[in-house]
Design a protein around this ligand. Sequence first.
Ligand code: SF4
Length: 215
Amino acid sequence: MSENIEKMKSRALKIINILENEYPDAKCHLNYDNPFQLLVSTILAAQCTDERVNAVMGPMYKKYKIPGDFLKVKPEQLEKELSSINFYRNKTKSVINCSKALVEKHNGKVPRTMDELTALAGVGRKTANVVLGNCFGVPAIMTDTHLNRVTQRLGLVDTDVPDKIEAELKQIIPENKQVKFSHVIGEHGRQICKARKPLCDDCAINSYCPSKGKV
Ligand code: SF4
């Protein structure tokens, strides 16, 4: 589709307005009470479902309340507790090393910048954006499987590489809309623009989508 950047920005805004009405309560699907919990849960949610992470971590956060608590337990014990989460061995290491860095370098607090967050074990741009956007009010595009798929179908991005998707969307989504955009697009992907069979006839933004009926 040949569409200049201004037209794409305008189309993106229309899409956001419609989806904000469709999904007024769209939010992060991971449960958390503070930035540390969201950081840990997002690390654990890579290639795993949010539901699984919520089920495992809900009870665990009653015991592991601050980063130092993850350093008091033996790694084998933590591995056992996380064993129903995909790639739990590597993730156990990440949680421990991330907690160690939080204690040693950040006074036990979750830092508020992309550079500091991505310096932590197991934390890439995607995880950092989830924390920055949801906890600290920082403009952030939160790439996940749903946002990546839907924005490609909508022709808002021209790549399937998550970090490039983030960069391209930052060019067209206003800063004050980036977090909301991430939530509503993610919700649309879960409910309507599904991976295998998108429900194009029921899609509220189908008049703005070049992929309507073509997937
Ligand atoms: S029209 Fe179809 S492909 Fe396009 S966003 Fe809607 S459900 Fe997805």
